[in-house]
Design a protein around this ligand. Structure first.
Ligand code: SF4
Length: 256
């Protein structure tokens, strides 16, 4: 393990930075996680800026990330299956400066664990096996739902989006799974709801017939509206779908 310093867990400077700066506090709450060593936190670098292909990083960003890792996290960068990067061991006293540096690099979108933290395969843009594009769909969804207050109100929802039945993005275990299919040369998308890869792992239930490319983001919006109508207090999306089944979502998405 890295040679951790012996630190106090409470950082008065961090406390006042969090109280004074809403953007920093949003980032802290969503893009950092508890650490078992006092005085440290883990930081997730969001590769899910609105409009960017999920998981993409440029060579300039990578160079800068490597320098920041040297400065803040023992020179180690971890790549996560969620298509983000992590600095696992950051001192709390360095979080504010690190956040400012990540902001400049467009790597601090405070959306980890929210709807726009989409896991997406390369799809038709890059993969010769694909039936349908996936990156443009992820882009459309992340641009449509870019209001942070709305995302935070929705709570934890993951979308997993694959461009063919090989399912590289594991859409069948997404809270919302989207699978690209080919229908007579056109791109369509099958939606599943209620999948999970965590404890109580479940395959999502198919919502109904595939939805056209032009309508897929509208369909996602109808699903979210239905969830907001149906949810009980503090009930997460996955719990609501498990309680109600897919029928009410289906009625909304396929209503004329
Ligand atoms: S799910 Fe299909 S389209 Fe996407 S990367 Fe895998 S093989 Fe390619």
């Amino acid at each position: 393990p890295p040679t951790y310093e012996n630190l106090e867990d409470f950082s008065p400077a961090l406390d006042s930075q969090l109280a004074e700066n809403k953007a920093f506090s949003n980032w802290f709450n969503h893009n950092t996680a508890e650490h078992k060593i006092a005085g440290y936190r883990a930081v997730i670098l969001s590769l899910k800026a609105p409009g960017s292909p999920p998981g993409d990083v440029t060579e300039k960003q990578l160079d800068a990330i490597a320098e920041l890792a040297d400065q803040y996290s023992f020179g180690l960068i971890r790549s996560l299956h969620s298509q983000n990067l992590a600095f696992a061991d950051v001192q709390k006293s360095g979080l504010f400066n690190l956040w400012q540096a990540l902001e400049k690099l467009n790597l601090a979108t405070p959306n980890i664990g929210t709807l726009t933290d989409i896991i997406c395969c390369p799809g038709l843009d890059f993969c010769s096996l694909a039936n349908a594009t996936s990156i443009p769909i992820a882009k459309e969804i992340s641009e449509r739902f870019d209001d942070l207050d709305y995302l935070y109100d929705l709570g934890e929802i993951n979308i997993k989006l694959s461009g063919c039945m090989n399912g590289c993005a594991h859409q069948s275990v997404g809270h919302i799974g989207i699978l690209g299919v080919d229908k007579k040369g056109a791109e369509w998308y099958q939606i599943t709801l209620g999948g999970s890869s965590e404890e109580n792992a479940t395959l999502g239930a198919r919502l109904g017939p595939a939805v056209s490319k032009a309508n897929i983001t509208d369909a996602i919006e109808k699903i979210l509206d239905t969830y907001l109508e149906l949810r009980l207090e503090e009930e997460a999306f996955l719990q609501t779908v498990r309680r109600t089944g897919v029928q009410p979502f289906k009625e909304k998405v396929y209503a004329n």
